[in-house]
Design a binder for this molecule. Structure first.
Ligand SMILES: Nc1ncnc2c1ncn2[C@@H]1O[C@H](COP(=O)(O)OP(=O)(O)OP(=O)(O)O)[C@@H](O)[C@H]1O
Length: 356
């Protein structure tokens, strides 16, 4: 049987009175398996922090409930205090005690010798044992966040809530800390939720990723499943930066300025009106009289990613590094034959076909 650590059941939340405001979270259902790292991903204001605060017991649900270890800890009628939930929290701003050194920060609130042995082990694990006498102001941002991680886990916490913990750190430190996080969580057999607005971070280290938009859960699945089947066009666009094009059907066939679409129409539950495809699905040919304009190009290790505009869309297109292209160049775009794409609503897969 699956060992569910946290279960969120039909959870909704409003700030203020539900009759006056729009919900911050709408009917969220999620489960976390023990030892799992779940990413909560979404744009600014979608409700990520609110969801974390609800799990921490810092907000009260308007509807639904939250169970930790099969026990209801939050419902509209009752909210178990944060300190009785067996959770640890790590924030972007570290929240360390400035007047306590590293060792005393980790040991804060611990009493037994075995707790202190664990604190020692955690400081070893996060690479801070040699800095045990230093104070927070003597640590770098990355060291402070490693200390915050060790402190959150020291009391034997098995459920960790991390709210954008790496977002104020520079790229290399952030990258190192992601690796520290996953190995520390594994060593402690801890379950964790990582709130982030960075798709690379969520996809890179999380076992599963939950994507929120305007308080609604669009998808919760492993990174590979999400890549292979983004359930909504928002997931494809926000998480994978895929292209979105509005389409109109002509009976069972769809035409676009870039070519046509082959799909099995019996799979449609409703008529698709949006096509989604990735940056490798279009070919570009320079043409001074072309209908499209290259408006930006970004270097990636193995290709350029161009943004190309026509009268209806701005599309991301990958172009080989040896292509002689400049911003402002005119061009034509067409589908690359045989590339896979998705139609929405319904996430029906289809195949792209270039116009002759
Ligand atoms: N204390 C509050 N009172 C009223 N509205 C709030 C409060 N806190 C947040 N909100 C609103 O609730 C919505 C969700 O906020 P939340 O902080 O959960 O989003 P978020 O996804 O974490 O955003 P960000 O990535 O910018 O931190 C936003 O529209 C926000 O303005």
């Amino acid at each position: 049987m699956t060992d569910i650590h946290l279960h969120i059941n039909n959870l909704s939340h409003y700030y203020g009175s539900s009759s006056q405001t729009i919900p911050t979270l709408r009917s969220i259902n999620l489960s976390l398996i023990r030892g799992e790292l779940l990413g909560i991903l979404g744009p600014s204001g979608c409700g990520k922090t609110t969801l974390l605060r609800l799990i921490a017991g810092l907000e009260s649900p308007s509807q639904g409930n939250i169970c930790i270890e099969n026990r209801i800890v939050s419902s509209p009628e009752h909210v178990l205090p944060t300190e009785r939930r067996g959770i640890g929290m790590v924030f972007q701003d570290y929240a360390l005690f400035p007047h306590l050194n590293v060792w005393r920060n980790v040991c804060f609130g611990l009493s037994t010798n075995s707790d202190k042995a664990k604190a020692n082990w955690l400081l070893e694990l996060v690479g801070l044992i040699d800095l045990r006498d230093s104070y927070p102001h003597q640590l770098s941002g990355g060291q402070k966040q490693r200390l915050a991680l060790a402190r959150a886990l020291a009391p034997g916490t098995s459920l960790l809530l991390l709210d954008e913990p790496f977002c104020s750190l520079d790229v290399e430190v952030r990258h190192n800390l992601r690796n520290v996080l996953t190995s520390v969580l594994r060593s402690c057999s801890a379950t964790a939720i990582l709130v982030t607005h960075d798709p690379h971070e969520a996809l890179g280290i999380c076992d599963r990723v939950a994507v929120l938009k305007d308080g609604s859960l669009h998808q919760c699945s492993s990174p590979v499943d999400m890549l292979q089947k983004p359930l909504t066009s928002f997931v494809g666009k926000f998480v994978f930066q895929n292209n979105i094009v509005n389409i109109h059907s002509n009976g069972n066939s769809f035409n676009t300025p870039y070519g046509s679409i082959i799909a099995q129409s019996h799979l449609f539950k409703s008529q698709p009106n949006v096509l989604m495809f990735d940056e490798n699905s279009l070919s570009i040919s320079l043409n001074p009289c072309g209908k499209c304009t290259i408006i930006s190009k970004e270097f990636r290790a193995s290709q350029w990613i161009c943004r190309i505009q026509d009268s209806q869309n701005i599309l991301r297109v990958s172009v080989t590094l040896d292509a002689n292209i400049k911003i402002g160049d005119k061009c034509d775009l067409k589908f690359i034959n045989g590339k896979y794409a998705f139609l929405y609503p319904g996430c029906v897969s289809c195949i792209l076909k270039a116009n002759n």
